[in-house]
Ligand binder design. Structure first.
Ligand code: DGY
Length: 335
């Protein structure tokens, strides 16, 4: 394919090897260079492999910044296999006429399911029970052993009433929970009542965060945030680790400021083995599995491929993060 666009893909894509599988579709339309390792390409390798490419299909583990873009003069599109794109300097892409696409919508239910799995696991102390069974600490039934907290009928506070927050709220209705939400704007149709952040923290038994990581939200869940929660409350985060001040969370758990937490995301990922969070009590922790189902990851990969191919063909991608990149004029094809 001499005139086909050249694309660097930073990890093997889910979806198998059928002709309509995401990677096969991409290979049918582009010359694909695939990073075969399971770990992300180091920055230098990313620069070297993307340098001659027209498109990049990246993961949330790759930092797409101005120096990288400057090393890739042909690049016209970056398609992120994620709904979150805090790994990408969007302004730098826009300034260079590089389109950025993401994969919203298709992971909403999987992430909401995971939020509830974590919430229930923390509320009912499931990992502690499992550890007790496996380590021989399982004694005869006792009326006060490993008591958790009720979920049915409790109050759930959702910080960030976007798609995933709304899907979590719908699930909460099945548990007869009262749902409060806090967002910068009124969220019409959201299945819950709007509250101030302080009001939500003071009234919720469970607080679940669904915010993108931006300069504004970085570290927003800090010591003051946890101090405003009820002492019996549980904090849940399936958004991004960076929205949490992690040392403050570890302290809040250690000092009994809150009763527990369940997180699917941390900063960094993976956490180093000596991170204080790992020794904090009453913490359920998962390795960023929110969207990790075969069905969801395949749909994400299909969307990522669709976005990249549309941008490279000069069409407007369905999930374009920076429409200004198009009005700024996409990069001319070099060479
Ligand atoms: C996303 O798409 O941003 C998720 O974090 C991936 O699981």
């Amino acid at each position: 394919m001499p005139d086909a666009p050249r694309v660097f893909v930073t990890r093997a894509l889910p979806g198998g090897g059928a002709p309509d599988a995401p990677l096969a579709r991409l290979r049918a339309a582009a010359t694909v260079d695939l990073w075969e390792a399971d770990t992300p390409p180091p920055a230098a390798a990313l620069r070297a492999r993307a340098a001659g490419c027209d498109g990049l299909l990246s993961m949330l583990t790759e930092r797409i910044d101005a120096p990288l873009l400057d090393a890739c003069p042909r690049l016209r599109a970056v398609s992120n296999l994620a709904v979150g794109y805090d790994n990408i300097d969007v302004a730098a892409c826009t300034a260079r006429g590089v389109a950025v696409t993401n994969t919203p919508g298709v992971l909403t239910d999987a992430t909401a399911d995971m939020t509830f799995a974590l919430l229930l696991a923390a509320a009912r102390r499931l990992p502690e029970g499992e550890r007790a069974v496996r380590t021989g600490a399982w004694g005869p039934w006792h009326p006060t052993w490993l008591l958790g907290h009720a979920v049915t009928g409790a109050t759930l506070g959702i910080v960030g009433p976007g798609r995933i927050g709304a899907a979590v709220a719908r699930r909460a209705r099945g548990f007869e929970m009262r749902v409060l939400y806090h967002g910068r704007h009124e969220a019409p149709g959201f299945p819950g009542a709007r509250a101030t952040l302080d009001g939500l923290l003071a009234r919720s038994d469970y607080v679940s965060v669904h915010l993108p990581l931006t300069a504004e939200t970085a570290g927003i869940c800090d010591a003051a945030f946890f101090a405003k929660m009820q002492r019996h409350a549980i904090f849940v985060n399936t958004a991004r680790g960076g929205v949490v001040d992690q040392p403050a969370l570890a302290r809040a758990l250690r000092d009994g400021v809150i009763a527990g937490a369940a997180v699917d995301v941390t900063a960094p990922e993976p956490l180093p083995p000596d991170d204080p969070l790992l020794s904090a009590p009453h913490l359920v922790i998962a390795p960023h599995l929110g969207s990790a189902t075969e069905e969801t990851r395949t749909r994400m990969a299909q969307l990522a491929v669709d976005g990249l191919l549309a941008a490279l063909a000069g069409r407007r991608p369905q999930h374009l993060v920076n429409p200004q990149a198009l009005t700024a004029g996409c990069r001319e094809v070099v060479g």
